[in-house]
Write a new protein. Sequence first.
Length: 364
Amino acid sequence: MKARLLLEDGTLFTGTSFGAEGNSLGEVVFNTSMTGYQEILTDPSYCGQIITMTYPLIGNYGISRDDNESLRPYAQGLVVREIAEYASNWRNEMPLSTFLKEYGIIGIAGIDTRMLTRKLRQNGVMKGIITTGDETIEALMEQMGTPLMRDQVARVSTKSIHIAPSYGKRVVLVDFGAKHNIQRELVERGCEVISVPYNTPAEEILRFRPDGIMLSNGPGDPKDVPEAITMIGKLLGKVPMFGICLGHQLFALACGADTVKMKFGHRGGNHPVKELATGRTVITSQNHGYAVNPESVKGTGLEISHIALNDGTVEGLVHQSHPAFSVQYHPESAPGPLDSGYLFDRFVEMMDTFAARKGEGVHA
């Protein structure tokens, strides 16, 4: 079946359909990862977006239940150069096309993804519609006037409180669209993890008597979640805090810094980041379209701890007075390199130090 991708600037791509049928409007972005398409599709941070994979062959190892990063995929669509008709992997449970069809996600294959990626790099991410229908270009352009969703965090966040019990440190994971591997990394370090909805008040979080607070990744503009900014501001200094991706941006806003929308963002598994304190460079997994404005960090009590080597953007922050830090990238990987797993160890050490100082009557 024929499928088309129409961009808001009028560029039309025609290819073949896989997955579901129908129409889907979203923000068209690109990801440079060579593997990990299942983890990418099930990362809630992609809610509202049509993902273009720059690697030319997608779907060759199929789908495995164990590789999901959330209970379902949240992307608006998938764009690939070539879709593998047959998956070859002993863990494969179903083809990628079947997986997308099951969740109503439209895919388009057989288009020039290099041309599309170059266009997005030059002009920035833009709206797009994937369709398997026969509507006219004029009708599709009229649909393009529909505003993009601004409530992605509310859509993907957990609706109830749930717990992964343990006897170690108690961490409250504020779920803005958390990937499963964040919880796995904490559990592997003996932490008890209590996941709460994105709009849980600070007072309710403190009733759990947490040893630490994890601010998860998530989709969209951080300024669309003002209640989270307020909550983080009230918790700052009372409990050790670690923010990832959207959690990093919300942490910055709560401290008085500002965020800006990037031209085409960082999405992929090979982004080099430098840790300023040590000079060490790590290769990171990233997925974000917003970044902290470095000029806005001055006078907030924050210090820039990491920068992106490709473009110099802010990749990490640490508070100078309170036990709190954040990174823009994904230390939990899934998919991507494991270089930054040490940050979870640093978070556990921070909780230990804070508890010891508290026991001695020393305020952080």
